[in-house]
Design a protein around this ligand. Sequence first.
Ligand code: G3I
Length: 374
Amino acid sequence: MRTLPALLTATVLALPLVTAVASPLPEAEARTAAPASAWHHRLREAAPEGMVIGTAVAGGGHHEDQDYPDPFTHDRRYLRHMSQQFSSLSPENQMKWEFLRPDQDTYDFAAADAIVEYAEANGQVVRGHTLLWHSQNPDWLEEGDFSREELRTLLREHITTVVGRYSGRIDQWDVANEIFQEDGELRTEENIWIRELGPGIIADAFRWAHEADPSAELFLNDYNVDGVNPKSDAYYAFAQDLLEQGVPLHGFSTQAHLSLQYAFPGDLEDNLRRFDELGLNTAITELDVRMAPDGRHGRPSREQLAQQADYYRQALEACLNVEGCRSFTIWGFTDKYSWVPHFFEDEGYATVMTDRFQRKPAFYALLRTLAHAG
Ligand code: G3I
């Protein structure tokens, strides 16, 4: 059972907005490139009206293997940037089954509650992540001996309880996460819900979530669906089908975990637009841009940081250019807590601030692009 230390008090929740720390070289260089009107703003303030700029809230998952304490409860500097810069928060792991359901009869809402309360205290919205997924499910669920009916009841109760608890307080839910494979087939074998209950369970998950909170926007969310490809084509057909059935599907979102070793998905905007034309909202939900550093001392070169900034800018511009794309989230804002080095042996430096919270060119690229759009 996870408990939140006393540090997370109302004082911390209502952090004062103070000016960010001074910046050494890369930031100073980036500032030179930014128009004066842009760089003294914060991301959340620079965003056009109606658009939220989000970050994942570090905690759980890979953080649990690290020697630092929980960032959300212990790192004041981290929290200060989070409240200053962002208007939307996505729990990185704290609303996943593994986290919320330590055993079949227990819900542990401590960390999720704290994030929702923090967001409310700081005028931020929340993206709920996630309800039906093949990964980060507890062992008691994956390895349990449940009948089909029992599994269906488990999922229904989970969705009703979790979505119902935050009814009216969570803007968007990733109801179904990563349900397709790269070849456009449903991820049937890996996903306990689809495997045991059939694909119809996905529509039911949306229906149950909508019943529990009619005001939340309900999303299909995945990675490698930035451009037009077999996987995003499968989502397009699937979304059309759900809409024809009258299923309460409100959005399609692409995670956008990008890498400098691949070209920027130049058809991102086209892809978002085709979902927009179905009448769905769209969102970018987990953007980061990783790289294998090729500069001195094993760090990114100036060219890499510039290229990374350009990827961030292009992703943001794609979203800004599509009317129903009003939620733009990066998967963490500091390299200090990024998931990337834990998953990709040779890659890292994927976020917009260094591990010491220095702003990279990518940060200024976002700020400039927002200021320009706003
Ligand atoms: O479950 C194993 C456990 O059995 C093992 O003992 C332990 C030892 O390291 O690892 C556990 O797995 C960890 C897992 O979280 C579950 O807690 C992994 O090491 C850890 O790396 C993992 O990290 C999270 C990852 O999701 C899991 O898929 C990251 O913190 C989180 O940032 C990441 O977020 C996902 C989004 O939810 C969905 N989109 C992709 C994104 C990046 O992978």
